[in-house]
Write a protein that binds this ligand. Sequence first.
Ligand SMILES: Cc1cc2nc3c(=O)[nH]c(=O)nc-3n(C[C@H](O)[C@H](O)[C@H](O)COP(=O)(O)O)c2cc1C
Length: 191
Amino acid sequence: MNGKVYETIIARRTVRKFRQDRISADILERLVNAARLAPSAMNMQPLRYAVISTPSIAGRIFDCVKWARYIAPAGDPGPDEKPVAYIAILVDASVREKGYEEDVGAAAQNIMLAAWEEGIGSCWMGSIDREKIRNILNLEKGMILDTVIALGYKGEEPVYEEERGSIKYYKDETGLLHVPKKGLTDIMKTY
Ligand SMILES: Cc1cc2nc3c(=O)[nH]c(=O)nc-3n(C[C@H](O)[C@H](O)[C@H](O)COP(=O)(O)O)c2cc1C
């Protein structure tokens, strides 16, 4: 198997250091388009997207997210390595109040894979100050803020390795981020 999607899936790693080049509005729109066409339970499509690339607003979002818990603060982006854009995945509660989580997962992964193909790294941010971000984006009451995806051209190239006793990602002496992944024989059973 060596199709393009499979290659991208294997190569994609979470990135937390970014070059400061802007991401064009066209590319950001492409990423949301990739999310829009993701599978959705009963095709209800409850998700909405807030695209943030204005530097002053992106700077305020940065203050509301937490990076790489296992190695904090070594995984934090430096002052010149911050994400240049974010896509917040929102849920219109009038369409679905619960049971939307899988939709979010599929949409988020589409965004991250489509970004990777453009040379853009991403980090799924689940550890976020939702109240603060709601205020910054001036979200209406009926809008749930689920997830934020941080984006920017890659400033690091993390690698994965077979897990040997610990699932905690770590940085080696050169600063390279290693991400242990459980082996196929540990997670798969055939019938
Ligand atoms: C639901 C979810 C929430 C996450 N939240 C954060 C987060 O708040 N901060 C962070 O630095 N990384 C976060 N991550 C990224 C994971 O740490 C990362 O996916 C994991 O270490 C595996 O690395 P990989 O994406 O390179 O395979 C999150 C990932 C997922 C799926």
